[in-house]
Design a protein around this ligand. Structure first.
Ligand code: 5GP
Length: 197
């Protein structure tokens, strides 16, 4: 399945609220030639999210049917409740065609994908945040959230931050310094694809 991949898959990893979505949206606006696959999830859409834009929002039944049909490159239960998964065919086809593919996943997704995609075709970037109280503020700013859900996300964050060193790169997203973080991510990507295109 992966023997003739010529493209590169960039995984943006990091806790909920670390700014992965903003990084990917900013890249998307600037680099139209990159491929940004949309994952599937069983969580409810947030207020401004539309199906097919941030995610394909599906029921647990549909998600389980997709698992049974081997549709996912990887999938995981994230924050102990909902399923999230990256569709296999579109990512492999894009990598076969030499594309630069950019996707955010949780740390489980990263560990699963690195067992499948050859090292030369995969780059992982971990987004670090200064501390958990900062992160809590950012998650709350995104919109109303149940206290249990907030706590689950903070618990996952602590686990994810402990594994940051497993990724190829770590970038820091400090409060009010998104531009610096963005430029760090961009430099990594441009350096990694130098000579490829
Ligand atoms: P959110 O609910 O905040 O959109 O995402 C929750 C977590 O799931 C985030 O860490 C996000 O990166 C991760 N995630 C999003 N899509 C995928 C996916 O396709 N696979 C995995 N394993 N995690 C994902």
């Amino acid at each position: 399945m992966t023997e003739k991949l010529t493209g590169k898959l960039f995984l943006i990893v990091g806790p909920s609220g670390s700014g992965k979505g903003t990084v990917i949206r900013t890249l998307g606006a600037k680099y139209k030639g990159f491929f940004y696959p949309i994952s599937y999830t069983t969580r409810e859409p947030r207020e401004r999210e539309k199906d097919g834009e941030s995610y394909h929002f599906v029921t647990k039944e549909k998600f389980k049917q997709m698992i049974a049909e081997d549709d996912f490159l990887e999938y995981a239960v994230v924050h102990s409740d909902n399923y999230y998964g990256t569709a296999k065919t579109e990512i492999i086809d894009a990598l076969n065609g030499g594309a630069v593919v950019i996707r955010e996943v949780d740390i489980q997704g990263f560990h699963a994908i690195r067992k499948i995609i050859p090292k030369g075709n995969l780059v992982s970037i971990f987004m670090k945040v200064p501390n958990l109280s900062d992160l809590k503020g950012r998650i709350e700013m995104r919109g109303a959230i149940e206290p249990e859900e907030l706590q689950r996300r903070l618990d996952s964050a602590a686990r994810e931050l402990a594994q940051a060193g497993d990724c190829d790169y770590q970038v820091h997203n400090e409060w009010g310094k998104m531009k610096v973080c963005m430029s760090d991510v961009e430099s990594i990507i441009l350096e990694e694809i130098k000579g490829l295109y």
